[in-house]
Design a protein around this ligand. Structure first.
Ligand SMILES: Nc1nc2c(c(=O)[nH]1)N[C@H]1C(S)=C(S)[C@@H](COP(=O)(O)OP(=O)(O)OC[C@H]3O[C@@H](n4cnc5c(N)ncnc54)[C@H](O)[C@@H]3O)O[C@H]1N2
Ligand code: MOO
Length: 476
């Protein structure tokens, strides 16, 4: 794991990060960086320029309690409108494109299959040579294996030995499987118990991919399938968007690095490693800021510096109503605009997002489950719009195998487990845990999250719910 140190212009340095005398780390793209995080900040000390409770002119703060709540769908729409997709792209060797985002449609210059060829090991036959009653006996006048040029076969042949994938001579009408064939003792004659259908066991040129057709659309996140089809089409390079420059800043005077002794009142920082794990993707170039204490000036200078040269800035904590929740004030002090100030969402109500100059900003709430839900809904949406990704994650449907005593005034995301299948084939979902945006344990047994709609009466058993599974059966 390579980590590049990156000097933060505005933040003053307190302490050191491992052996690197900087408060900001660059985690290079294409490298899994959860371990980088741990190497980076091993001593448990977090950053502050000031004594706790320091304040400043920005204390003329907005009344966070009275900020308007925005519904999830409207907030997602506003995110889509806020973000400008990246327009910088470059060609990359195919083998280096896994997880990157395709910047333009890719066409195949050749048809796939390249030529008509045999789908089985057997015998290619000319149908008009098979007359009368079975068995049909034909002279074998050649052999083609995969890789052979079929033009070596005499054009007046009526039967040849052919192997799977071998190009088919023009005169051949069908291939009969080896299992349906009897050979003469000298192996010069093949006899068949039936006349095959025309074109049997032939794979035709272009039947998978016609020449010149689009094989991968712009905005695809390149996975195993794309690598395979691009290689089959003979492409050695693909054009991908440049990595998204993402900065991560956790705030909270109570935060300590796992492994460090825990002082009274302290907790371990779980949001940083959780978010680093989520952001450790090839299309992301992650800058990890050292977690900072709840101190206005430190937070402001860190935000100012990070917003300058990143596409997306994620912060954790400090979004709520207290006098030590500084993120909103720090963003305002940097002439940032909140497009959405709070969300009608549980957990995640204090989440807000907007723009600081050219940088999209998402302020995640500090509670760990709220930070996760906020990331999955909004940071992920921001990332996919910035990258110009074609497919945005959509929920599936599931059936509630539980009921709630009453409804809620916010759309609520709860961890759920699949416990069976409904008669119409939907996953039956059991709610796990008793709620609480500070709780992580229910997630460990969950198969995904379900959204409980805003309603007076609550969820009834067998209600249809939006279901966001964590994993699918085949991950590519
Ligand atoms: N009077 C009110 N209080 C709160 C409200 C409210 O509307 N009125 N909203 C609650 C909701 S909802 C949430 S969510 C939290 C959000 O608070 P902040 O975003 O300001 O986050 P903090 O206060 O900094 O921390 C909240 C909680 O999370 C823990 N935390 C913070 N960072 C981390 C981290 N990196 N790793 C693990 N845990 C973390 C922190 O210790 C607190 O327990 O506000 C409610 N309050
Ligand atoms: O966002 Mo909060 O999580 O609803 O407790």
């Amino acid at each position: 794991m390579k980590i590049k140190a990156h000097t933060c212009k505005n933040s003053r340095l307190i302490g050191s990060i491992g052996t690197l005398p900087h408060d900001v780390l660059k985690v290079m793209p294409n490298q899994i960086s959860i371990d980088a995080w741990q190497d980076a900040v091993p001593d448990g000390e977090i950053m502050s320029n000031h004594s706790p409770h320091s304040c400043c002119s920005a204390c003329d703060r907005e009344d966070v309690e009275k900020l308007p709540l925005t519904d999830l769908n409207e907030a997602l729409e506003r995110m889509a409108n806020l973000v400008q997709p990246l327009n910088q792209a470059k060609k990359l060797q195919l083998g280096k494109t896994l997880g990157r985002i395709l910047a333009e449609d890719v066409k195949s210059a050749i048809p796939l299959p390249v030529s008509n060829n045999s789908a089985v090991d057997g015998y290619a036959v000319r149908l008009n040579a098979m007359q009368g009653e079975p068995p049909y006996s034909l002279p074998i006048t050649g052999r083609v294996a995969a890789g052979d040029n079929p033009e070596k076969i005499a054009p007046d042949s009526v039967c040849i030995r052919i192997l799977t994938g071998a190009s088919l001579p023009d005169w051949a009408d069908a291939v009969i499987m080896q299992e349906d064939t009897t050979l003469s003792e000298d192996e010069n004659q093949a006899s068949f118990p039936f006349i095959p259908e025309k074109n049997a066991n032939i794979r035709f040129s272009g039947e998978d991919v016609p020449k010149g057709s689009v094989i991968i659309e712009k905005g695809a996140k390149i996975d195993t399938r794309h690598i395979a089809i691009a290689a089959a089409s003979g492409l050695a390079e693909l054009t991908v968007t440049r990595p998204i420059r993402v900065a991560l800043l956790a705030t909270g005077s109570e935060l300590n690095q796992p492994g460090a002794p825990l002082p009274p009142g302290g907790i371990y920082d779980s949001n940083t490693p959780m978010l680093v794990a989520l952001l450790s993707q090839p299309h992301i170039d992650l800058t990890l800021h050292r977690p900072v204490k709840d101190d206005f000036e430190t937070i402001q200078s860190s935000i100012a510096s990070l917003a300058e040269d990143h596409d997306l800035l994620l912060t954790s904590g400090g979004m709520s109503v207290s006098d030590e929740d500084y993120i909103r004030r720090a963003v305002a002090a940097e002439a940032g605009n909140f497009e959405v100030k709070k969300i009608r969402l549980k957990p995640g109500k204090p989440l807000g997002f907007g723009r600081i100059k050219d940088c999209i900003f998402v302020g995640l709430p500090g509670n760990p489950y709220a930070a996760l839900v906020g990331y999955l809904l909004f940071a992920q949406a921001a990332l996919s719009h910035i990258a110009g990704m074609a497919n945005h994650p959509q929920p599936l449907k599931g059936q509630a195998a539980f009921s709630t005593a009453k409804g809620g005034k916010r759309l609520e995301f709860v961890p759920v487990r699949i416990i069976g299948e409904s008669p119409d084939g939907l996953p039956k979902l059991e709610k796990i845990g008793r709620g609480g945006s500070a709780r992580l344990r229910p997630l460990i047994n969950a198969d995904g999250l379900a959204a409980l709609p805003i309603s007076a009466e609550g969820v009834r058993e067998a209600d249809l719910l939006d279901f966001y599974p964590f994993h699918s059966a085949f991950e590519l």
